[in-house]
Design a protein around this ligand. Structure first.
Ligand SMILES: *Cc1c(COP(=O)(O)O)cnc(C)c1O
Length: 221
């Protein structure tokens, strides 16, 4: 899609999304020029699903933005991921957390992370089952260089936007439950849920970040 059209779409979305909700541009399959247009339009968070794609594109995008890993991260790519991402939204395993902790401690830096929850209990999907999330968050809280900043979820693909509402509602409940625990070192600030098809329902149910691809960039090539 032409940069001008992307700018127009991004500006329109930013007008519609309430001020307390952060828009993240999901950029899988999009080129550097498309990403640059989104950032210039005022979107400051970029989400990529693959380490290798982020490594290729980020050097071609000079505009300042935070880059978030929103795809599954394999443990053997942890080191490369730290080289190119500012946030990890898909933390869901202790071995990965421990590997990251070791690398971060060597590099003397912290990494903000979201814990991914498999809210639809889909066998093929990443993320912790909701009942396992609190114990996992408590364990990650003990790793000083990983900063848990919230939760992320990808509910089952909805036929209609309303199909996602019960999942979003359950995520918000879990988010508030964990916030109320006041676990030292954990800040429940970001609830990342809602994509192009259902972002309005997500905002309605308390999302603080929506991840949008198609709505900003058009259908994927
Ligand atoms: C692709 C993707 C999105 C955006 O999807 P759209 O339906 O194009 O808005 C959001 N989150 C994740 C994790 C994705 O992989």
């Amino acid at each position: 899609m032409l940069p001008g059209e992307i700018t127009r779409r991004c500006e329109e979305v930013l007008r519609r999304v309430p001020g307390h909700v952060t828009v993240l541009a999901a950029v899988k399959g999009r080129g550097p020029e498309e990403i640059r247009a989104a950032i210039r339009a005022g979107i400051h968070h970029v989400g990529e699903n693959y380490v290798q794609e982020a490594e290729r594109k980020r050097p071609l995008v000079p505009e300042p933005a935070s880059w978030h890993m929103i795809g599954r991260l394999q443990r053997n790519k942890a080191h490369r991921a730290l080289g190119v991402f500012d946030w990890l939204q898909t933390l869901d395993s202790l071995p990965l957390a421990q590997r990251l902790e070791r690398l971060l401690s060597q590099q003397e830096r912290d990494l903000p992370v979201l814990v991914q929850v498999n809210i639809g209990r889909e066998p093929q999907k990443a993320g912790l089952l909701p009942e396992d999330a609190p114990e996992f968050v408590r364990k990650v809280a003990g790793l000083p260089h990983l900063r848990v900043r919230g939760l992320m979820a990808i509910p089952p693909i909805p036929r209609r936007p309303e199909d996602s509402r019960p999942y979003f509602r359950e995520m918000r409940r879990l988010f508030e439950e964990l916030a109320a625990e006041k676990i030292p070192g954990v800040a429940m600030e970001v609830l990342s849920m809602g994509m192009s098809a259902d972002w309005e329902v997500a905002v309605d149910e308390g999302a603080t970040m929506v991840r949008l691809g198609t709505l900003l960039f058009g259908p994927r090539p």
